[in-house]
Design a protein around this ligand. Structure first.
Ligand code: NAG
Ligand code: NAG
Ligand code: NAG
Length: 404
C-alpha cells in the first residue's frame, strides 16, 4: 500500500508539473523568448492565458465574418465585441506574446457545436431497429442538453443506401462509415477515428437509451470532470476482481454516492461492452481496441476486458455506473446466434482468453490490480452499513472493506 501511495503521488506530480511541457511536443518551443515566457507561468496561468489569446483570435475572425455579411446582426455584434474586450483586458499586457507563444495547441472542445459525446455503433443487419435506436439516443442527448453524434460503422455494405438516407434525416447527428464486415474490434476503432467528441460511448446496435431520464449522461460528465484519471466507465456489467469472482456483477453499486459528484458508482477492475464510455484522448493514447485477437468478421469478445487492463497498467482508472432503464430492440443479439456461437465463444474465446493471460498474467499480477481497485474504493466511498461491503463475499472472494 505504501508503494502504491508513493506511486500515486509521483504520477500526480508528474501530471501536474510536466504535462503541459510534455504534451506540447517532443521538443521545447524553438523560440527562446517563448520558452522562457512559458516557463515563468504556472500551469493554470498558462492554460487561462492560452484560452484568452485563442478567444481573442476567434472573436476577431467572427467579427470580421459578421461584417462581411450577408446580414449583419447588431445584437450578435455587441455580444462578440463585449467578449472580445473582456478577453483582451484579462490577457492584458501578455496578449501579444501569448498569441505567438501559446497558441500552438488548439482547444477543440471549446468550439461551439463540437460534440461532447460520440456514440460509436457497430451495425450489422438490424434494419428494424435503426430509427428507434437513433431516435432514442438523439432524444437522450437533447434531454441532457448535451451535444452528441452517433458514429456508425455500417458493417454491411448492402445497407449503405439506407444509412445515407438516415444520415440525411438526422441532419448531422448520424455519421455513417461503410465497411465490409470488419466486425467489432476494427469497426469501433474505425468509428473512433472519425469521432469528434470528447468522450466515446461504445454502444450496441440492439440497445435503446433509457426513454425517461438522461441523468446517466450528466453523471458521466460529472465523473469524468471530477476524476481526471478515470478513463473508462462501464455501464453493462463489471468485475471487482476477475479471478476471484464466479461471474460478472451488475446492478447498482454498493457504496454511498461519492462526495465529489453525488454519483453512485464504483472503481472496478474490468467492465464489458456495452455501453462502455471512454475518454477519446485515453482511447487514442492506449491505441484503441486490440485487433490482433480476432479475425475480420469475427466477434470481439475479450476486447473490453483487454482495454480495461491496459488502461489500469497505463495509470488510468476504470469505473462502473449502473444504467437504469436501458432497452433492447426485442431481437436476439448477433454474437449469440447459433451460426456465430462456435466462432465466437469457441474459437475466439480460446484465442483471446489465452492472449489475455499471456499479456496480463494471472496471480500475483491480477490480484495486485484487484488490491489497487479495492484501495481506491475504500478510500473514496463510504458504506451505508458494513453488510453492504462487496468484498469478502461469495460474489467476490477477495479482500474486505477495512480502510487501512
Ligand atoms: C472570452 O470569449 C469567450 C467566447 O469566445 C466567452 O465565452 C468568454 O466569456 C470570454 N471571456 C471573458 C472573460 O469575457
Ligand atoms: C442575432 O444574434 C442574437 C445573439 O447571437 C440571436 O439570438 C438572434 O437570433 C440573431 N438574430 C438574427 C435575426 O439572426
Ligand atoms: C482486511 O484486509 C487487510 C488487507 O488485505 C488485512 O490486512 C486484514 O487482516 C483484513 N481484515 C480482516 C478483518 O479480515
Amino acid at each position: 500500500m505504501r508503494k502504491s501511495a508513493w506511486y500515486d503521488n509521483i504520477a500526480v506530480l508528474t501530471l501536474t508539473l510536466l504535462a503541459p511541457y510534455v504534451a506540447a511536443g517532443p521538443d521545447p518551443n524553438p523560440l527562446a523568448g517563448c520558452s522562457s515566457f512559458a516557463h515563468k507561468l504556472l500551469g493554470k496561468e498558462r492554460t487561462d492565458l492560452r484560452a484568452e489569446a485563442q478567444a481573442v483570435q476567434a472573436l476577431l475572425s467572427q467579427i470580421q465574418l459578421a461584417r462581411l455579411g450577408p446580414t449583419s446582426n447588431t445584437t450578435a455584434m455587441i455580444k462578440l465585441t463585449n467578449w472580445l474586450l473582456s478577453n483582451q483586458s484579462k490577457a492584458g499586457a501578455n496578449l501579444d506574446t501569448a498569441s505567438l507563444c501559446l497558441t500552438n495547441r488548439l482547444s477543440p472542445s471549446a468550439y461551439h457545436g463540437r460534440p461532447t459525446f460520440s456514440i460509436l455503433l457497430e451495425y450489422f443487419k438490424r434494419p428494424w431497429g435503426i430509427h428507434r435506436m437513433a431516435t432514442s439516443l438523439r432524444d437522450a442527448c437533447a434531454r441532457a442538453d448535451s451535444d452528441c453524434e452517433l458514429v456508425v460503422n455500417v458493417d454491411n455494405p448492402h445497407e449503405a443506401g439506407a444509412w445515407a438516407e438516415v444520415a440525411e434525416q438526422y441532419k448531422g447527428f448520424v455519421v455513417p462509415v461503410f465497411s465490409a464486415n470488419v466486425h467489432e474490434a476494427r469497426g469501433y476503432n474505425r468509428a473512433a477515428r472519425l469521432a469528434r467528441g470528447k468522450y466515446l460511448i461504445i454502444w450496441q446496435d440492439d440497445q435503446l437509451a433509457p426513454s425517461q431520464s438522461s441523468t446517466w449522461l450528466t453523471e458521466l460528465l460529472a465523473l469524468f470532470q471530477a476524476w481526471p484519471r478515470l478513463a473508462i466507465v462501464g455501464m453493462n456489467t463489471y468485475r471487482l476482481c476477475k479471478d476471484r469472482e464466479p461471474t460478472n456483477r451488475f446492478f447498482t453499486t454498493p457504496w454511498n454516492p461519492d462526495p465529489r459528484t453525488g454519483v453512485k458508482w464504483s472503481f472496478v477492475q474490468l467492465v464489458d461492452f456495452a455501453p462502455l464510455v471512454i475518454r477519446a484522448s485515453a482511447f487514442s493514447e492506449l491505441g484503441g481496441l486490440e485487433e490482433g485477437f480476432t479475425r475480420p468478421g469475427d466477434c470481439g469478445i475479450w476486447g473490453d476486458w483487454e482495454l480495461c487492463s491496459r488502461a489500469w497498467l497505463a495509470g488510468w482508472q476504470v469505473g462502473y455506473l449502473y444504467l437504469e432503464g436501458r432497452g433492447g430492440d426485442g431481437h436476439e443479439g448477433g454474437t449469440h446466434t447459433s451460426s456465430n456461437a462456435e466462432r465466437c465463444w469457441g474459437r475466439q474465446q480460446l484465442v483471446a482468453a489465452s492472449g489475455f493471460v499471456k499479456r496480463f498474467g494471472r496471480d500475483p499480477y491480477q490480484l495486485e490490480v484487484c488490491e489497487k481497485v479495492r484501495q481506491l474504493n475504500v478510500a473514496s466511498f463510504d458504506l451505508a452499513s458494513p453488510e453492504d461491503c462487496p468484498y469478502g463475499t461469495e460474489a467476490t472472494k477477495f479482500g474486505n472493506c477495512t480502510r487501512y
